[in-house]
Design a protein around this ligand. Structure first.
Ligand SMILES: [Zn+2]
Length: 268
């Protein structure tokens, strides 16, 4: 049987083969998982990984949804209430962008991802008065209630503030519980918000390192699809590179639904 190879692809393969044989085979034959696992010292037995995204909805969220759809991965999106509360805007560009974000929120739900609250405002919750604390939690519940996918509904505190320091600041977790939420922390973090890692594969290195180093870790990994300071943008670097990182992550992990790694949440 004759195999037809398009001339530019054919020549590109041989140029790559001369320059970097490993890359040639990775590009043309899919991911070389042996090499990936060796690089990060990952075991052959796969870890269980669940992707989560904070600070959205952002303008890049649809791009992330496209990647997840193609890869058949269900993730969890922790939404900032104020990003999708469109009644705060007068007619104009901001309102139009808010409506786009609201439509993206509907798409997140219709594509089978889990949705939780990242509060209404991106405050340090342990620094709030009790009245402010309850208001931002309940405002997010009001706007996001139709979109929650779990019982109890998921909440992730901005900066993890009130979660990792709950011994000293118990009022935050108490307020969440009173509002009917359950907090979702993370076992691994990509540090993708930090510009110093927004080069090459450093963000992938962060996750692979935490997942495979030592005894390794399973569970939820924290990424970002939004930028909380800016109503329009998202985490552009993450959105642009996620498609490249997923096949490498898959060499060492199976992507599993939230309810597989967190038994305290049930699907609604
Ligand atoms: Zn956040």
């Amino acid at each position: 049987m004759k195999i037809k190879v398009h001339p530019p692809t054919y020549s590109l393969f041989f140029i790559l083969l001369l320059v970097n044989p490993l890359m040639a085979f990775q590009v043309f034959a899919g991911e070389n998982c042996n090499a990936v696992r060796a690089q990060y010292q990952c075991p052959v037995k796969k870890h269980r990984l669940h992707l989560s995204f904070d600070d959205g909805v952002g303008s890049v969220t649809p791009k992330i949804l496209d990647v997840l759809k193609r890869e058949n991965i269900k993730a969890t999106f922790l939404i900032l209430g104020n990003k999708v509360d469109c009644k705060q805007y007068k007619p104009g560009k901001s309102l139009e962008l808010c409506k786009q974000r609201f439509n993206t929120l509907k798409r997140i739900k219709s594509e089978g991802h889990d949705i939780g609250s990242h509060s209404y405002q991106h405050y340090h919750h342990s620094k709030l008065s009790l009245a402010e604390l309850n208001k931002t939690i309940l405002d997010s519940k009001k706007i996001l209630e139709p979109f929650f996918t779990t019982q109890p509904p998921v909440f992730r505190l901005p900066y993890g503030d009130g979660w990792f320091n709950q011994k000293d600041q118990p009022q935050v977790m108490e307020a969440l519980k009173k509002a009917g939420f359950e907090h979702l922390g993370w076992e691994m973090t990509a540090y993708d918000w930090n510009e110093k890692y927004q080069h090459g594969d450093q963000i992938l290195d962060n996750v692979m390192g935490q997942m495979c180093k030592g005894r390794g870790r399973d569970g939820v990994v924290l990424f970002h699809d939004g930028v909380f300071e800016n109503e329009h943008e998202g985490r552009v670097f993450t959105a642009n590179n996620l498609a490249r990182w997923i096949p490498k992550l898959r060499c060492a992990a199976d992507f599993v639904p939230l309810t597989d790694v967190k038994k305290n949440f049930k699907k609604r």
